[in-house]
Ligand binder design. Structure first.
Ligand code: 21N
Length: 830
């Protein structure tokens, strides 16, 4: 029997229990999996049993397409994208897989026939929180678009046993609890122990002469352990392409340390086993690196070496030699977290595959491309040299050699400019010595990109300026995007239906088609339906809010939403100052005409970030007082939704009227929440920062609420000796708001509760909250003005959605494919 025939036999026909897409075959498959995988029958099955039975039913259909994809790739040996990211936030899989298979409605019916509500199963799924925020979610949007565009790709990362902590709010404060997401098992993944990789650590190096008399180096590690790949299939929308997310899980090198066991050290052997497993135990919950966290560097090396070894293994199966690695693979570095890959690929090629240095460097340099996600200088990763040396002695030697050759090139181009050499060196020697990971990434990559036009320009002018002077041709921009499948079709089925009925469904895989909506922006009946969709989503969020926060909100009020990590540069406290200003206005004049608003916040604070945690306390404290004050009479509500996640985002983005994108200009690399809100018909109030600039360009200035200083003005203001206290003294409303917070009104009379925050704003205010306050308040007045004219608001909302085509991650990925990766579609036929 040929391989193809065997597959055909396995896949069966339209009603095969493993692959059929009809209502009957899905129902039968569900019962079959419940019985033979879960060992349960319907009458006694728990919600989790039913969820798993459906998940296995869906996974079978994915595996079917996965096999077809692998077979196609084996036959055509296509150039492949390898995306290296320490973080992934894919969100719940079930709904997305049903959607991409095109069987959501059939499945709903199949289950209904058994008395099961699909939504209950969807609600039950726990998402993998394997990331901190935008960077991890971007990686997940890119996986969706890569598969949808039928690009051969593998996404490599770490299978953290504990993802981002769960956030609870207790007495108005953030409390972290562990995210034990694997507790009940994960039906979407497949373990591949037979292709595990060996990982070395510590020890020392020694040189020797090989049989041919050539000088070589070997690494004698003090420890080794094992990385086991755990694969999750990622299906594209409306295609058969299934790519892999391959996450590495750490284990002991052998199942058992026999050497220790034979010495009688049974206990020690088991302890080593446990220690190995700690490597992939937990995600670091910061969105900025902390210097010198040893385990974090081990994690980075761990997933990078496993991923590169895996690529070399695959290359071997194609019979291409290692010196042609860069023809088969393009390796994208998602920030500097995987930048050690530059040294590791050199080590693998030179030490293990015996390429000579120059050839290995050609291969390495032609393989990597680097995406930068931050301009904040404090967020640029660097590792203390002694730590680096103790864990990765061979890599440090290789980095020194790369650096020496690189600095020669700098001296050649810029003679007698030793200050430049010191600035550009991969080793920071201005004080205690550090390895600068962004410099390693720049030197080792053929392409470097920022994630929005403004960000890419500022990169060239600031943090990577010297590299731009040297290699202008390496620099590109690739503006971020988000997947409309998850964030419109899945999160907002009412809107998707309205779009399909009004235009057609072509927007699902080509978001620019939404332009066709513009001609309905004056159609009164359409406006009515548009408002109905929004209202339904607001009522839905209202239920969630009452469940999670115990607060009642009015779906007819303006939903004013800010959901993102809590950070000073994102300025949630500017939003709070607006709320307190409105509160003061009501208190001073109870009859003042204020648009009823519901302020919704969501986002986690890094556990060690004092000021961010204080901002959460402030939001909750203000809500506590405002929500209860009869003088406010339902005009203002403030809620903090705990434990923001991809899943909560599904409920939040479609329900927002106003999207808060109010970072200090020049600080937010791109933002991607801004796109998710606008795609769901929210209007944006925002600064000229990150992708806001391009969103405003696309939707038109008249459909965007702009305020605040520009990035250039921010720089000038700070350079000119910014004195925030002067602003406080000269703006009565600003003073009133800050004084009210300082009065103890929101903290049971404790005047010191928010003192660190207030003092910081009055004395230093590095993110110019006070400088932008007046402009923000005036802009919010304009927002209220437009809200009072519902037809106008709705027309603006429609225009926003109609003009969001650019911000599909399909567009981002198409640009990466064309300009950086040089890969093209490989269709898969079933
Ligand atoms: C974001 F702790 N960058 S989330 C940008 F070491 N970096 O801020 C946002 F583990 N995280 O503007 C942009 O839209 C988004 O990327 C997508 O481009 C983020 C960095 C990080 C640093 C250290 C660590 C974890 C994450 C830690």
């Amino acid at each position: 029997m040929t391989a193809r025939k065997r597959d055909d036999a396995a896949k069966g026909g339209e009603d095969s229990i493993r692959t059929g897409l009809s209502e009957d075959s899905i129902r039968l498959a569900f019962l079959d999996n419940l019985f033979y995988v879960q060992g349960r029958f319907l009458e006694v099955a728990s919600l989790d049993d039913k969820y798993k039975a459906l998940a296995y039913t869906v996974r079978d259909r994915l595996l079917h397409r996965w096999v077809a994809t692998v077979r196609t790739y084996q036959q055509t040996n296509p150039r492949t994208v390898c995306y290296l990211s320490a973080e992934y936030l894919p969100g719940p899989f079930m709904g997305n897989n049903l959607l991409n298979l095109g069987i959501s409605e059939v499945t709903r019916k199949a289950l209904a026939g058994l008395g099961i509500e699909l939504d209950d199963l969807l609600e039950h799924e726990e998402e993998p929180g394997l990331g901190n925020g935008g960077l991890g979610r971007l990686a997940a949007c890119f996986m969706d678009s890569l598969a949808t565009l039928q690009i051969p790709a593998i996404s490599y990362g770490i299978r953290y046993e504990f993802g981002i902590f769960n956030q609870r709010i207790r007495d108005g404060e953030q409390v972290e609890t562990t995210d034990n997401w694997l507790r009940y098992g994960n039906p979407w993944e497949v373990r591949r122990p037979h292709i595990a990789c060996t990982v070395k650590l510590g020890g020392r190096t020694e040189s020797y002469h090989d049989e041919a008399g050539r000088w070589r180096v070997r690494w004698l590690p003090s420890e080794t352990f094992r990385g086991v790949p755990i694969d999750t299939p990622i299906l594209g929308h409306g295609v058969n392409t299934v790519n892999l997310m391959r996450l590495w899980s750490a284990e002991a090198a052998e199942g058992f340390d026999f050497h220790a066991f034979n010495r009688g050290d049974y206990y020690g052997a088991v302890v080593r086993e446990v220690r190995s497993e700690t490597i992939s135990k937990v995600l670091y919950p910061n969105d900025e690196p902390e210097i010198g966290k040893r385990l974090r560097l081990i994690q980075q090396h761990f997933f990078v070496t496993c991923s590169l070894q895996d690529m070399l293994r695959v290359l071997g199966t194609t019979e291409l030699p290692p010196e042609r690695f860069h023809e088969k693979f393009c390796v994208q570095l998602n920030d500097t977290h995987p930048a050690i890959a530059v040294a590791e690929l050199m080590r693998l090629l030179v030490d293990e595959h015996h390429l000579d240095w120059d050839l290995a460097w050609q291969v390495t340099h032609n393989s990597f491309a680097y995406t930068n996600h931050t301009l904040l200088p404090e967020a640029l990763e660097k590792w203390p040299v002694p730590l680096f040396e103790s864990l990765l002695p061979r890599h440090l030697e290789i980095i020194y050699e790369i650096n020496a050759r690189f600095l020669d090139e700098v001296r050649m181009r810029f003679p007698f400019d030793e200050a430049r050499v010191r600035r550009m060196s991969i080793i920071d020697e201005s004080g205690p010595r550090y390895v600068r990971m962004a410099h390693l990434a720049c030197v080792g990559s053929f392409a470097i990109n920022g994630v929005a036009e403004l960000h890419s320009r500022l990169l060239k002018e600031t943090v990577l300026r010297d590299f731009y002077d040297l290699w202008p041709e390496k620099f590109q921009n690739k503006t971020n995007g988000v997947t409309p499948r998850r964030f419109v079709m899945l999160a907002n089925p009412g809107l998707a239906r309205l779009l399909n009925e009004t235009i057609d469904s072509s927007w699902e895989n080509d978001l620019t088609q939404l332009r066709a909506l513009e001609k309905y922006a004056d159609d009164a009946a359409f406006l009515e339906r548009w408002r109905d969709v929004k209202r339904e989503r607001k009522a839905h969020l209202g239920l969630l809010i009452s469940r999670l926060c115990g607060a009642r909100v009015d779906p007819d009020s303006l939903f004013d939403v800010q959901a993102k990590r809590i950070h000073e540069y994102k300025r949630q406290h500017l939003n709070v100052l607006h709320i307190v200003t409105l509160y003061n206005r009501i208190k001073h004049d109870p009859s003042s005409d204020i648009v009823p608003r519901t302020f919704v916040f969501g986002g986690k604070a890094a556990p060690g970030y004092f000021m961010a945690k204080l901002m959460i306390r402030l939001i909750n404290a203000v809500g506590e007082v405002v929500n209860r004050d009869p003088a406010v009479a339902g005009r203002l509500k403030v809620v903090f939704l705990p434990n923001f996640s991809v899943k909560l985002g599904h409920a939040l983005y479609p329900a927002a009227d106003l999207s808060e994108q109010i970072s200090t200009a020049g600080k937010e690399a791109s933002g991607t929440g801004n796109m998710k809100f606008a795609m769901n018909g929210a209007l944006t109030i925002g600064t000229l920062d990150g992708a806001n600039v391009e969103i405003r360009e696309e939707v038109g200035a008249e459909n965007f609420f702009l305020f605040g200083l520009t990035a250039e003005e921010v720089e000038h203001r700070l350079a000119a000796g910014y004195r925030p206290r002067d602003l406080y003294e000269n703006d009565a409303e600003l003073k009133g708001a800050l004084d009210l917070i300082g009065s103890g009104l929101f903290s049971h009379g404790d005047r010191d509760a928010f003192r660190p925050l207030i003092d910081n704003l009055l004395n230093s205010d590095p993110y110019l909250v006070l400088a932008d306050y007046a402009s923000y308040i005036a802009c919010q007045e304009a927002v209220s003005g437009v809200w009072r004219d519902p037809a106008r608001w709705t027309r603006m909302s429609i225009c926003n959605v109609a003009r969001m085509g650019k911000f599909s991650s399909d567009r981002s990925i198409a640009e990466y494919c064309r300009d950086i990766w040089k890969v093209s579609a490989v269709p898969v036929v079933l």
